[in-house]
Design a protein around this ligand. Sequence first.
Ligand SMILES: Nc1ncnc2c1ncn2[C@@H]1O[C@H](COP(=O)(O)OP(=O)(O)OP(=O)(O)O)[C@@H](O)[C@H]1O
Ligand SMILES: [Mg+2]
Length: 303
Amino acid sequence: MMDQANKLRQIIDNLKLKEPISEADEKVVQKNKSAKVITVTSGKGGVGKTNITINLAIALSEMGKRVTIMDADLGLGNIDVLLGVVPKYTLVDVIYNNKNIVEILSDGPKNIKFIAGGSGIEDLAKLDNYQIQKFLANISLLDKMSDVILIDTGAGLSDNVMSFVMAADEVVLVATPEPTSITDAYALIKVISKRDVNKTVRLIINRAESVNEASDITNKLSMVTKRFLEVKLQPLGFIPQDNMVIKAVKMQQPFSLSFPKSMASKQIKDISKNLLEIKNNADSGSTTGIKSFVSRFVNILNG
Ligand SMILES: Nc1ncnc2c1ncn2[C@@H]1O[C@H](COP(=O)(O)OP(=O)(O)OP(=O)(O)O)[C@@H](O)[C@H]1O
Ligand SMILES: [Mg+2]
């Protein structure tokens, strides 16, 4: 087994290899230096966030992106269960137990890296400046290692989940056709709108019985949002109700690997393409990347 110091050195060496050779290259590298942090959330629980996060990660990875998943479900983490990996350490070990970020990364399928959040993340707000700087320096390695960081949250309007949502570069909201899921989704959009009118919420309808049902719900949610709220709602796509998803969950495998030809897998590919087409909002004045994310997260937690 490669020891951790070696692993870290190798990663740093790899980074060096990719150092720019010309000034033009340098600009490109600088621009792309930070990862895009995408939080996946929902109003109501059990709507498919974890499945969507993992399978989006796989699709993005297959499109050549370096992807890291962070499990921010602080109750019962579920990424590990669905991937069948048992992480030894969590982000909490980086904060308190002197682990570095590389030591706590687990390997998922298709080169995906996985980080377990662990309960205690909210304690970030209690750290002193030195501890925060140390944590930021550590976590900023993720910006160099990943193009996309997907954060899977728990459901609902808790302060914690909202902090992950508000600090993210992009917010993906998952809802199903169930009326309770739709009303809870709207409630979440409303809270986001109150806190930051400049955010754009990207909507995925999951478990739709038909294309029509998905577009119907998307239209309705878009209409009320446009009429009553300031925030923008943008459809990202839909995933059908698909028995292959249920089957794959029972096998503890991502459906897009076990059933790549399923409807759900096809739709996930579409959604990942749409996700990559989103341009960074240069006017928003906010910087992307995990380091900026954590800074905003801590500020939000500090209220
Ligand atoms: N497209 C789909 N077709 C059929 N079943 C689905 C689909 N998406 C999700 N499911 C079912 O819903 C269950 C819950 O999915 P998942 O765990 O991804 O939801 P979640 O939003 O992460 O839940 P939680 O809020 O508890 O974290 C899955 O185990 C699966 O049985
Ligand atoms: Mg989940």
